[in-house]
Design a protein around this ligand. Structure first.
Ligand code: AMP
Ligand code: GLY
Length: 423
């Protein structure tokens, strides 16, 4: 089988790496890929948002399955485009992608189908939003409606903070059209966990739980990033709780989507809050694998990833046994460029990458890297996802942090407290 992966970050490197281990997969292409992916797949310089050219390439190379990594091409309708031309693709259609692309759509969908989530209000205008916020009780949460690369959310402790953020979104338009509407939400306390379900719209399989670390600084302080590290499984999600998550969240989501004429094929990422009362509630949905969550999901997967994605895309997931994972734990520590999630420099030579090959149960997934004068250099805010998997969490952590120290580039920054909650 010829497979194409769309995207060029750590998530896509993890997808390509796992797919390359499949006995069913021959050639792999990646658009656009990165310096790490290039050792496993043919990287093709087409941008991940250049949907027409991605389709042309898939047709020309007679690709059997295309797997979409990031949200933007999904929200842009890449799946609809491929389906019109009978090109098999893993991911939801543009309508299904609204679960991530429009928070107001997602919240109203959850309300229609009684899916547990924070109480909310939607505002289209600055004036009405401000007058609501002036009378509201704090803390509360303000969100831009559309895609904002993880930066569109503020937990506000008073009116001053909330008002400033809403003005920035609606007056200064810091997120462009993604800020035409805003959501104001009840603040929920508790512990966060991410649960992924791969589905053909009818049958679904959940993958092991993951906890992500979104904040840039240790102790979960500072601005949010795309994710500074992750580990799996997350002990907060017990077997009993997973049963509730399926019954109260995934069943009504996929059933509700079908009722509304949307057959969701792909992976649904449930970002959940486990409240102090032990109730699972939805913080957000994403319509793709997480990054860095993908880096901690695939290493321990005992079963082949290819048929899972292929049958989900074809609509025949029930022909498969549920996927299976090794006992043990996986940890990913993200090495970032100094300054991220603000501005940062690129083009710094990365040294020590060969260290991962000497370590059992370890892999360095590339997020933002490229080639320059035959050397691998930094090319993004998140540079590498240093990942280790072992029989227990402590050993996996030791493995990941050993590599994080050995690999070096100017301005390397990483959090030293990944997985602290599980310890
Ligand atoms: P989102 O992109 O909607 O997942 O929000 C990003 C982060 O903001 C989440 O991972 C949570 O840490 C936090 N957050 C979002 N909504 C809420 C909420 N209603 N209550 C508490 N924290 C929230
Ligand atoms: N790591 C968070 C995300 O992928 O959305």
């Amino acid at each position: 089988m010829r497979v194409m992966v769309v995207g060029g970050g750590g998530r896509e490197h993890a997808l390509v790496w796992k797919l390359a281990q499949s006995s069913e997969v021959g050639e792999i292409f990646c658009v656009p890929g990165n310096a790490g992916i290039a050792s496993l797949a043919e990287c093709v310089p087409i941008r991940a948002d250049d949907l027409e050219n991605i389709l042309l390439f898939a047709q020309e190379k007679k690709i059997h399955l295309t797997v979409v990594g990031p949200e933007a091409p999904l929200a842009g309708g890449i799946v609809d485009l491929f389906q019109e031309k009978n090109q098999l693709i893993f991911g939801p259609t543009q309508k299904g992608a609204l679960l991530e692309g429009s928070k107001s759509w997602a919240k109203r969908f959850m309300a229609r189908h009684n899916i547990p989530t924070a109480a909310f209000e939607v505002f289209h205008g600055l004036k009405e939003a401000l007058s609501y916020l002036q009378a509201a009780a704090y803390p509360l949460v303000v969100k831009a409606d559309g895609l904002a690369a993880g930066k569109g959310v503020l937990i506000a402790s008073d009116y001053e903070e909330a008002g400033e953020f809403v003005r920035a979104i609606m007056e200064d338009k810091i997120f462009g059209a993604a800020g035409e509407k805003i959501i104001v939400e009840e603040f929920m306390s508790g512990e966060e966990v991410s649960v992924f379900a791969v589905t053909d719209g009818y049958t679904y399989f959940t993958l092991p739980s993951v906890q992500d670390h979104k904040a840039i600084y240790e102790g979960d302080r500072g601005p949010n990033t795309g994710g500074m590290g992750a580990y799996s499984p997350a002990p907060v999600l017990t077997g009993a709780l997973l049963k509730r998550v399926c019954k109260e969240i995934f069943d009504p989501v996929f059933g509700g989507l079908r009722e509304e004429g949307i057959t969701y094929r792909g992976v649904l990422y449930g970002g959940l809050m486990i409240t102090p009362e032990g109730e699972p509630k939805v913080l957000e949905f994403n319509v793709r694998f997480g990054d860095p969550e993908a880096q901690v999901l695939f290493p321990g997967q005992r079963t082949d990833l290819f048929p899972l994605l292929y049958e989900a895309a074809r609509g025949d997931l029930r022909s498969l046994w549920p996927p299976d994972w090794e006992e043990g734990a996986t940890v990913c520590v993200v090495l970032a460029s100094q300054g991220y999630p603000g501005s940062y420099e690129t083009g710094k030579e990365i040294r020590g990458l060969e260290k991962a090959r000497e370590q059992q149960g370890a892999m360095v997934f590339h997020s933002g890297t490229s080639f320059q004068d035959h050397k691998i250099v930094t090319a993004g805010g998140r540079v590498l996802g240093v990942t280790a998997w072992q029989a227990d969490l402590k050993s996996a952590l030791a493995g990941a942090y050993k590599l994080a120290a050995e690999i070096d580039f100017e301005g390397k920054y990483y959090r030293r407290d990944i997985a602290h909650r599980a310890l």
